[in-house]
Write a protein that binds this ligand. Structure first.
Ligand SMILES: Nc1ncnc2c1ncn2[C@@H]1O[C@H](COP(=O)(O)OP(=O)(O)OP(=O)(O)O)[C@@H](O)[C@H]1O
Ligand SMILES: [Mg+2]
Length: 460
C-alpha cells in the first residue's frame, strides 16, 4: 500500500471526484479527495502526496490561489490543473505559477493517466535531484571542530551572504578548494554553476581563450566558437585556483574584466557581460610575488576583498582524529572493506606527525592504511609502515638502487633517504621549488643547494 504513489484530487463536483478516484485506483494509485482548496491544503499538511490534481474553479479559494500556496509549501510536489472552461490565459497563468500540466474537461481518462504518469516521473526526478544535492553537500562537508576550524566556518558563513571576491590562502592540501565550494553552496548562487579553473595547469598561450572563450577561426585550432570559463560560470561562482601561477600578461586582461564586468572572446568583437562571483586561491605568498614583479598589485587588491586563510593541519591537531574517522569511513566504503578500528597508539602516532601535505596527505595515508594495513585494528606499528619519515627502512627498500643498501654506511643511506624525500616533496608540489621548500621547512636557496648536491633534477 505504502509504495503506491498517492494522488490528491481536488474538485467540488462530486461525480468528477468519484470518476477520477475510480480510474486512478484501478490503475494502481492511492487516491485522496478534497472538495475545496482549504480542505486540500489541510490534507497536504497532514500526509505526504506525490501529485495533486487541482480544479481551477472551486468554491472559496480558487484553484490558482491554492496552486500558489501548494507550490510554496511543498515545492517538489507536481500539480496538474483541470478546468472545464479552460482559456489559454488561465493555462498560461497556471504554468507560470508552476503547474506541471493543464487538462481540459470533460475528463478523458487516457489523457489523465498520461499526465499523471509524466507528473509523477517529474516528482521522482525532483526528489532524486534533492538527494544528489545532499550527497554533493556531504562530500564537500568540512570536517573539523578545532577552534581555527570553527572560526573558519563562521567566516565562510558570513562570506557566503555577500558577493565580495574572496582570496583563499593556505598550504597545499589544507582544503582551499573545499572552502571555495562551501562558500558557493551556502550562497544565493548555489543553484548556479561552480566552475573551477586551475591557472597553473593551463599553458600561457591558451589561458585567455580558456577563460574568456573564442570565436571560430580566431586562431589555428579554433574550429568552433567556445564559451570560456567566465561565461560558463554566469550566475554562479568562478574559482580561480592557483592564481599566483598566472602569467603577468594574463593578469592584466583578468584585471580589465574584473573592473568592467564585461569580456570579449578571443577573436570576438562583441562585449559580453557576465554575472560571476570570483573566488581565488593560492599557496603562494602573493606579497612576495608582487615584490618580485610577478604579480600585479592592482589585481591583488581586486581579488582580495575578503581574505580567508585555511590553517595548516599541524596548527589544528585537534581535528586529526575526526578527520581520520571521516577518511577511514569513506576509504572503507570506497574499497569495499570493513572499517578498521584506530587503536589509541595508532591515533597518537598520526597526531604526532607534522603533515607537511596537510589534509590531502592524511587522506592518502588513511587510504593506504585501509588498502594495505591490517583489516581490524590500526596500531602504531601499522602507522609507522606508511608514514614517510618514520618508515626509514621501507623508504630505502622502495628505492631502485638500494640492492644491497643494507651494507651501505649510514651516511650514504641517509643521503639516499634525503634524496627520496626531497623528490617526493617536489613531485607533490609539481616541482614548484618555493612550495616544496616551504613544506620541508627549508630556505629556497638551501633546497637548491641540496638538490645540486644530491644530483636531483627534473628528468621529463
Ligand atoms: N576539513 C576537511 N574535511 C574533509 N575533507 C577535507 C578537509 N580539508 C581537505 N579535505 C580533503 O582533502 C583534499 C584536499 O583538499 P583541497 O583540494 O580542498 O585542498 P587544497 O588546499 O585546494 O590543496 P592544493 O593546494 O593541493 O590544491 C580533498 O580531497 C578534500 O576533500
Ligand atoms: Mg586546490
Amino acid at each position: 500500500m505504502s509504495d503506491q504513489p498517492a494522488i490528491l484530487v481536488v474538485d467540488d463536483e462530486k461525480n468528477i471526484l468519484t470518476a477520477l478516484a475510480r480510474a486512478l485506483s484501478l490503475d494502481g494509485y492511492a487516491v485522496v479527495t478534497a472538495a475545496s482548496g482549504e480542505e486540500a491544503l489541510r490534507v497536504v499538511e497532514e500526509r505526504s502526496v506525490d501529485l495533486v490534481m487541482l480544479d481551477v474553479k472551486l468554491p472559496g479559494m480558487d484553484g490558482l490561489e491554492v496552486l500558489g500556496l501548494l507550490r510554496s509549501r511543498s515545492p517538489d510536489t507536481p500539480v496538474v490543473m483541470m478546468s472545464g472552461h479552460g482559456t489559454i490565459e488561465t493555462a498560461v497563468r497556471a504554468t507560470r505559477l508552476g503547474a506541471f500540466d493543464f487538462i481540459e474537461k470533460p475528463i478523458n481518462v487516457e489523457r489523465i493517466l498520461v499526465a499523471v504518469s509524466n507528473a509523477l516521473q517529474l516528482g521522482r526526478l525532483r526528489r532524486e535531484n534533492v538527494d544528489l544535492r545532499r550527497q554533493i553537500e556531504a562530500r564537500y562537508h568540512l570536517v573539523g571542530d578545532s577552534r581555527p576550524m570553527r572560526e573558519l566556518r563562521d567566516r565562510i558563513a558570513t562570506t557566503a551572504q555577500t558577493n565580495g571576491r574572496v582570496l583563499i590562502r593556505g598550504e597545499n592540501g589544507t582544503g582551499k578548494e573545499l572552502v571555495a565550494r562551501q562558500i558557493h553552496q551556502l550562497s544565493k548562487r548555489r543553484t548556479g554553476p561552480f566552475v573551477r579553473m586551475n591557472c597553473a595547469a593551463v599553458p600561457n598561450e591558451l589561458i585567455e581563450s580558456v577563460l574568456f572563450g573564442h570565436e571560430k577561426g580566431s586562431f589555428t585550432g579554433a574550429t568552433e566558437t567556445r564559451r570560456g570559463k567566465f561565461e560558463q560560470a554566469n550566475k554562479g561562482t568562478l574559482f580561480l585556483d592557483e592564481i599566483g601561477d598566472m602569467g603577468v600578461q594574463m593578469q592584466s586582461k583578468l584585471l580589465r574584466v574584473l573592473q568592467e564586468g564585461e569580456l570579449e572572446r578571443v577573436g570576438g568583437s562583441e562585449m559580453i557581460s557576465v554575472d560571476v562571483r570570483v573566488i581565488s586561491a593560492t599557496n603562494k605568498n602573493l606579497e612576495d610575488e608582487i615584490r618580485h614583479g610577478r604579480f600585479r598589485e592592482d589585481l591583488y587588491y581586486r581579488i582580495n576583498v575578503i581574505p580567508l586563510t585555511v590553517p595548516p593541519l599541524r596548527d589544528r591537531r585537534d581535528d586529526i582524529s575526526l578527520l581520520c574517522d571521516h577518511f577511514l569511513r569513506s576509504a572503507s566504503d570506497e574499497h569495499g572493506r570493513k572499517m578498521p578500528r584506530l587503536a589509541v597508539d595508532g591515533a597518537q602516532a598520526l597526531c604526532a606527525y607534522s603533515w607537511p601535505g596537510n589534509v590531502r596527505e592524511l587522506a592518502n595515508i588513511i587510504d593506504r592504511l585501509v588498502i594495505l594495513g591490517p583489516s581490524d585494528v590500526i596500531d602504531a606499528a601499522a602507522v609507522a609502515q606508511v608514514l614517510p619519515l618514520q618508515a626509514l627502512e621501507p623508504a630505502c627498500a622502495e628505492m631502485p638502487d638500494t640492492a644491497g643498501g643494507d651494507e651501505l654506511p649510514l651516511r650514504e643511506r641517509v643521503r639516499m633517504l634525503e634524496r627520496e624525500l626531497i623528490e617526493r616533496e617536489l613531485g607533490r608540489h609539481s616541482w614548484n621549488i618555493s612550495s616544496a621548500a616551504r613544506s620541508l621547512g627549508l630556505e629556497r636557496s638551501h633546497l637548491y643547494k641540496k638538490m645540486a648536491n644530491l644530483g636531483i633534477g627534473r628528468n621529463d
